[in-house]
Design a protein around this ligand. Structure first.
Ligand SMILES: [Zn+2]
Length: 396
């Protein structure tokens, strides 16, 4: 296909996106600095800024500097007009929070669920109920909430918001988008995405791990394992939104049965539930994940042999799967997040050493492996970015 030449209107829209996202990422910036970062001339920047101000997306203020002379005018995102609701569905736990357009979290709700197999109709009712409650408590008009972004541990069709498969929630072909459209107020847009993809989006837009154009895989280790893939631009989702299912690649053909129905999936060896159950035995199934991980961590630091053994095994299996990812995709960077991030200082070095050892025979083995920037909040942050993308030109 012959590529159409870009016309002036397209170029202007691209420049406007660049200006808006530069201000969003920098938080507060002068016009001169904006011109330098965006590589647009001062007149173009000034015209675009004026348009964005008329659209109430930006605001101006005087710089708070102690230097004498004229204080420069600083631009920032107008965070008082629009709000966005982020929902992070984990297995047995849901986080919800309101964010403003500058990407700041205003408050947080934590809901524990006895039964991890959620009823999708009740879930959407609950989301609306909690959102209305937060608006009432904080004096926000529900009409100022533009959209809801939802992080789901499963495979999502982004065009319809159908959850194609979420083994850990017990969902198969759940039409979440249709339910949301029926139940939510007409002005509130709804968008869901896979949790690991959103974790990677959060790293791309708000984290400090990924230099521009870096091929990256985000490995999210919770009760299940998901991965988000970027070849240096946006997130790669695959032909049918199924990319990144490394958690269900088989590492032992006769291994334990997985929630997906297969045997010996990687996630059966590295999930935090496996780590907790290895330490506590069967009673680990009923433990609160946060508390159980904190205790295992403390015991490891006290020199407890069993804690050392389970963390050593976790590092071994984590490294095995990461080496498989490196052999398949050869990325520059691996980011490890999810609950296991809380153990990263205990197992990160062993994981990196073991991955390098496994790769030494058939690759240059110069992979960089780091913990996530968000200490477990990457799914919620990603869901907020997804929600904000109705106003801000993040590319999903
Ligand atoms: Zn599986």
């Amino acid at each position: 296909m012959v590529k159409k030449p870009r016309n002036l209107k397209h170029i202007k829209e691209d420049n406007k996106r660049t200006v808006l996202l530069s201000i969003w990422k920098e938080k507060a910036i002068s016009r001169a600095e904006l011109s330098r970062i965006s590589r647009l001339n001062k007149t173009t920047v000034s015209n675009l800024v004026n348009e964005l101000m008329q659209e109430s997306l930006l605001k101006e203020s005087l710089a708070t500097t102690s230097e004498k002379g004229r204080k420069p005018i600083i631009l920032s995102i107008n965070n008082s007009q629009s709000f966005f609701f982020a929902v992070d569905i984990k297995v047995g736990l849901i986080y919800m929070a309101l964010y403003d357009l500058a990407g700041e979290r205003r408050n947080l709700i934590t809901i524990k669920k006895e039964n991890p197999h959620l009823n999708p109709e009740a879930l959407i009712d609950d989301i609306l109920y909690q959102l209305e409650g937060l608006c009432r408590q904080n004096g926000y008009d529900l009409r100022s909430v533009h959209s809801i972004g939802v992080s789901v541990p499963g495979m999502i069709d982004l065009s319809t918001n159908e959850v194609i498969f979420s083994p850990n929630l017990g969902w198969h072909h759940v039409e979440l988008g249709e339910i949301a459209e029926r139940k939510l107020p007409s002005w509130i847009r709804f968008q869901a995405d896979n949790d690991a993809n959103l974790a990677l989006e959060a790293e791309i837009w708000k984290g400090d791990n990924i230099p521009p154009r870096t091929s990256t895989v985000f490995v999210s280790v919770n009760r299940g394992v998901g991965t988000g893939i970027s070849f240096g631009g946006g997130v790669y989702r695959g032909n049918t939104y199924g990319a990144g299912a490394f958690g269900h690649t088989i590492v032992s053909a006769d291994g334990p049965v997985c929630s997906c129905g297969q045997r010996g999936c990687w996630e059966r060896y590295v999930s935090v539930q496996k780590l907790i159950t290895d330490y506590y035995g069967e009673e680990g199934e009923t433990k609160d994940i946060d508390r159980a991980l904190s205790l295992i961590r403390l015991r490891f630091l006290d020199g407890d042999a069993k804690a050392k053994k389970v963390i050593h095994e976790e590092a071994y299996w984590l490294a095995l799967g990461i080496a498989n990812i490196c052999l398949s995709l050869d990325p520059q960077l691996i980011i490890v997040g999810g609950y296991i991030r809380r153990m990263w200082d205990l197992l990160g070095d062993s994981v990196t050493r073991e991955v390098q050892r496994r790769l030494s025979a058939c690759s240059k083995g110069n992979i960089k492996i780091v913990g996530s920037s968000f200490d477990g909040w990457e799914n919620l942050e990603g869901a907020a970015i997804l929600a904000m993308s109705v106003e801000l030109p993040f590319q999903f």
